[in-house]
Design a protein around this ligand. Structure first.
Ligand SMILES: [Fe+2]
Length: 216
């Protein structure tokens, strides 16, 4: 039925979508050189499941107390360029200003057939990320959960209250807030399946947030 003029809006409405979550991805410049760098390091790394997580996925020994990037200078440079660009994209630094300094922890995740990564967040840091150093193009997915937990109670917004699946192929770097929950599905049905990714936690120096106070 046609709407009568009195039932029509005179002015088109505006919808403002509030509180976005930044999710950054890019391809690094030279994935072949970084793969070579990684494969030279690989024989020196020992992988195992963590007892507290059970048979989920393997990490390199002392994963959370080392910085793998110390042994991978090519990747460290690629990661740094992307971290600096992330800061530009979120409006924290200008393109031509001094690069920000940070501390970083990084570790390797090894996914064999049948492994998966349970949903988790990262701990006490400012920014997290992952680089897919060796993976097959058709199998690498990572899922993010929407962070606004109260939306779980809102049926009207159920089409927005979903996980976000990102195809994370070899050569891609992803950067996101550490509180954004993520995981990867079980790797199934592929012979000789093995995937390596390198994860990062960044902590920026105190001088960058001096003067910043928790808003109330
Ligand atoms: Fe993670």
């Amino acid at each position: 039925m046609e709407q009568s003029p009195k039932n029509k809006l005179k002015m088109a409405p505006s919808m403002e979508w509030l509180f976005p979550t930044p999710f950054y991805w890019n391809k690094i410049n030279d994935q072949r050189a970084v793969l070579k760098e990684f494969e030279e390091l690989l024989p020196s790394l020992n992988f195992d499941y963590l007892e507290k997580w059970g048979k989920t996925h393997k990490l390199n020994e002392n994963a959370f107390s080392t910085n793998l990037l110390d042994d991978m200078p090519l990747l460290a440079d690629e990661v740094d360029m992307n971290v600096q660009q992330y800061l530009v994209e979120i409006g924290k630094r200008d393109e031509n200003s001094e690069p920000w300094g940070y501390e970083v922890e990084s570790w390797v995740t090894k996914i064999d057939e049948g492994d998966y990564v349970h949903f988790h967040t990262h701990g006490n840091c400012d920014l997290s990320g992952v680089y897919y150093v060796r993976a097959r193009a058709d199998e690498c997915e990572i899922s993010f959960q929407q962070p606004n937990s109260v939306m779980n109670q809102d049926w009207l917004l159920d089409r927005y209250n979903v996980s976000w699946m990102h195809r994370a192929t070899m050569g891609k770097i992803l950067l996101f807030p550490p509180w954004l929950s993520h995981g990867t599905p079980r790797a199934e049905g592929k012979d000789d399946f093995v995937r390596y990714s390198i994860s990062f936690n960044f902590r920026f120096g105190a001088k960058y947030h001096r003067g910043w106070e928790q808003p109330v």
